[in-house]
Write a protein that binds this ligand. Structure first.
Ligand SMILES: Cc1cc2nc3c(=O)[nH]c(=O)nc-3n(C[C@H](O)[C@H](O)[C@H](O)COP(=O)(O)O)c2cc1C
Length: 408
């Protein structure tokens, strides 16, 4: 793999922990050096059971260290010098154990000491048995690492070395090397403006009442946060929500679908990517009473009839005007999720629909996790497992990178 013109070569400290996927690390070193990066390897004692430091040393052309207390190795380049050296640290494979130690801030061997001492960004490529990956301890550790800015590549789903099937395979060396190139180039999202809509809308009936829905805005805020973290310029059009604005994001608060349409249409022309995750009310009351409607004014035992008129279809509107922009919509479905989303993408004409099943207790409105399908214009459906909304945002932006032609 030769670096593309936008990619910069850099110094990569490759930390290897003791998972079976370590057998793929020589290939990763080869790919990284071929792309022009300078690579130094550090191994945990367990990693040395799976891959030989000699192989990594030979392929990287630099000493591969595995001991913290080795006077010879420490004399050649101290662990602090090694921690200060890289532009990027890659932990591949990252075992459940090393993720736990990173979360706890332990520094009980060379690799974890380097990870605690370095100020370079850290990319981890987890690899483990699916049950270890799904274990609440690992989920919690990964969530906390992510909050601290640790980047993840994979794991991917497939057949695992232990005989189980599921998510837990280390991302392929090509994918990790491509991500490294992207991170070092630092410009995959530079100058890209991303417009995100989030939350529900609130359609007033009178001075105090309104029609709204249960959308919390968490999914859209996670997308905005992730896009900003990747270096995009982010504009977030948010319906009423108590969520705080993610760092680096410009936020426009709106209340009604008409307000949201006006804000989205005003921002859309200057954007390259639009992710419309807001739950926009399909209808609004035809008239808004300026005062509170009083029960007594309606007469005894009288109900209240509301006349509803359709709201504009914001997603279809911007999809028609999109030119070469990428437009992504969300669909909240309670049944026939994939079929309904296929019909929606055909109707709206956008590049991708993220469909979630709101009948599940652990997905959709006001949850911290989401289980979605990514539906392409041709109707292909990729099912993602139950993930945190931050992880769904990552997967979604990985897909946007692919759609924009940035290799992954
Ligand atoms: C054959 C074998 C394969 C293993 N594969 C993995 C793995 O893929 N992922 C993982 O998290 N742990 C795996 N383990 C367990 C780790 O090696 C063990 O947790 C070790 O303490 C990890 O140490 P480290 O994180 O310091 O490298 C494996 C163990 C054995 C015996």
């Amino acid at each position: 793999m030769n670096p593309s013109p936008s990619q910069r070569s850099g110094r990569i400290l490759l930390a290897v922990s003791g998972g079976i996927a370590a057998y793929k690390v020589p290939e990763l070193v080869r790919q990284l050096t071929k792309a022009g990066h300078e690579v130094r390897c550090a191994l945990t004692p367990a990693a040395c059971e799976f891959v030989s430091p000699m192989v990594l040393q030979t392929l990287s052309g630099a000493p591969a260290r595995s001991e913290l207390f080795d006077p010879g190795e420490e004399g050649e380049i101290s662990h602090i010098e090694l921690a200060d050296w890289p532009d990027l640290v890659v932990v591949a494979p990252a075992t459940a154990h090393v993720l736990a130690r990173m979360t706890a801030g332990l520094a009980d061997d060379l690799v974890t000491t380097l990870l605690l001492a370095t100020r370079a960004p850290v990319l981890v490529a987890p690899a483990m048995n699916v049950n270890m990956w799904d274990h609440p301890a690992t989920r919690e550790n990964v969530g906390r690492l992510r909050e601290r800015g640790v980047l993840l590549e994979g794991p991917v789903a497939g057949e695992l070395a232990c005989g189980w099937e599921g998510e837990g395979r280390m991302a392929e060396p090509e994918a990790i090397a491509a991500r490294v190139g992207l991170l070092l180039s630092g410009d995959a999202w530079k100058g890209i403006r991303v417009l995100v809509s989030a939350g529900g809308t609130r359609e007033p009936i009178d001075a105090v009442r309104s029609i709204t829905n249960r959308s919390s805005g968490k999914m859209g805020f996670a997308v905005a946060a992730e896009a900003a973290r990747r270096g995009a310029e982010v504009v977030l059009v948010a319906g009423p929500t108590a969520l705080s604005t993610p760092p680096g994001v410009r936020r426009i608060d709106v209340e009604t679908a008409l307000d949201m349409e006006a804000a989205v249409n005003a921002e859309f022309p200057a954007c390259q990517v639009a992710v419309m995750s807001a739950a926009v009310a399909d209808f609004r009351p035809a008239h808004r009473e300026a005062k509170k409607i009083k029960k007594e004014d309606l007469g005894p035992d009288q109900g209240l009839r509301l006349d509803l008129v359709p709201n504009p279809d914001i997603l279809a509107g911007i999809s028609r005007e999109r030119g070469d922009r990428i437009v992504i919509g969300f669909a909240a479905e309670s049944h026939d999720v994939v079929e309904a989303a296929r019909r929606k993408i055909a109707r709206k004409g956008c590049d991708l629909i993220v469909a979630n099943d709101i009948s599940r207790a652990d997905a959709g409105f006001d949850t911290d996790t989401n289980a979605v399908f990514l539906i392409s214009p041709g109707g292909e459906a990729e099912e993602l497992p139950l993930l945190s909304k931050a992880e769904v945002a990552e997967r979604l932006l990985d897909r946007v990178e692919k759609l924009r032609g940035v290799a992954r």
